[in-house]
Design a protein around this ligand. Sequence first.
Ligand SMILES: Cc1cc2nc3c(=O)[nH]c(=O)nc-3n(C[C@H](O)[C@H](O)[C@H](O)COP(=O)(O)OP(=O)(O)OC[C@H]3O[C@@H](n4cnc5c(N)ncnc54)[C@H](O)[C@@H]3O)c2cc1C
Length: 391
Amino acid sequence: MRMNSSQIKHFDYIFTGTGLASLMTVYKMVLSGKFSDKSILLLDKDSKKTNDRTWSFWEKEQSIWNSIISKKWDSALFANENFKRDLELKPYSYNKINGLDFYNFVFEKISNQPNITFLNEKVTDINELETHVFVGTEENRYTCNYLFNSIYTKAFAESQTKYPVLQQHFLGWFVKTEIEIFNPEQATFMDFSVEQKGNTRFMYVLPTSKSEALVEYTLFSEKFLSKEEYENEIQLYLEKLGINQFEIIEKEQGSIPMTSYPFWKKNTKKVLNIGTAGGWTKASTGYTFRNSDKKSSQLIEFLQNESLKMKDFHKRSRFWFYDLLLLDILYRNNELGCSIFSSLFKKGNPALIFKFLDEETSLIEDFKVILKCPKIPFIKSLFRVIFFRNK
Ligand SMILES: Cc1cc2nc3c(=O)[nH]c(=O)nc-3n(C[C@H](O)[C@H](O)[C@H](O)COP(=O)(O)OP(=O)(O)OC[C@H]3O[C@@H](n4cnc5c(N)ncnc54)[C@H](O)[C@@H]3O)c2cc1C
């Protein structure tokens, strides 16, 4: 559908940004069968036809995404310079979905829905008015009753100082090796045996066969590195594993904001921020897929309320506060990441840690996990956050 610029077409719902969070939500709207009377417009500056990312996430039961999972692992490795631990993940599995498989899967479902329109247009303006929301793109203008925004505005979180903002930043190589060296049954979650250089730095490896893997150099820190620095570290790591002959099939680079900044305060009566822009990224880990899956299901329920006010969607939990403490520590003493994660994974029960990160543990279970971490930094951070954060 194309419109000339003098027309303003009205929709019930507009999604600005059509990535993970929007596509999950719209896919579930279609599955539910409850939104077929709503006109829905999806806007994105990108056509969503490239494999722009790989999503990994843990899960207990099979979900609606099961058919597009390209690889599952039941075991994971945690390592640092002094120890290695094989983590038995059951009842969870660690899963991988290629971005393009996800986009194709969802678009196939929604493309034959007469009430849903996708337009490849760049959004330039969002303006909430008394009775509706106005959306301008480089080509057209639209209005809607409710807007779901997943366009991340860096400046909101990153131009304030009250809530620390770290980045999970990484560069990965999909490599094919001459020798069979990887264990395709085990993913490497965090290998801290790399030089820390005053930061939280680790290797993340997702092997898909004995000779193929995504090897990613990852930091949880404030500042990005030069491309060469990430790549030199991957090269060194491969050499350490005994890999000298390999081919780079593909590269992946990205950064995910890690912050407890309250994005939901930007929600209004008619505008809901979703995905990373709405605080759906787990602040302490950067994982977003699983959270978006849960939040999008909650959103489908929420939208069926009679008296809809988007700002009522978000509920803050104690897990937000735990994340705030960890980020406060890593922001001030970035070198402590290795010892904190090592203490957690050295003896902790992996399934309980996943449950905790999924924000599904009871208070007693929370303490079982938290007490595995070094106490002094957390106590100091608790005092700092309670007494000094507003100063
Ligand atoms: C390379 C990479 C790997 C990741 N891996 C994992 C992982 O393994 N597990 C995990 O849980 N999380 C991962 N994440 C984090 C997170 O899951 C993703 O960033 C996820 O895509 C966030 O979903 P979203 O809907 O918030 O944003 P996006 O999926 O990025 O969607 C936002 C959309 O907005 C569009 N857009 C932006 N500006 C405009 C504009 N002006 N007009 C129109 N459209 C616009 C973009 O094109 C994009 O399609 C990864 C992130 C990256 C970058």
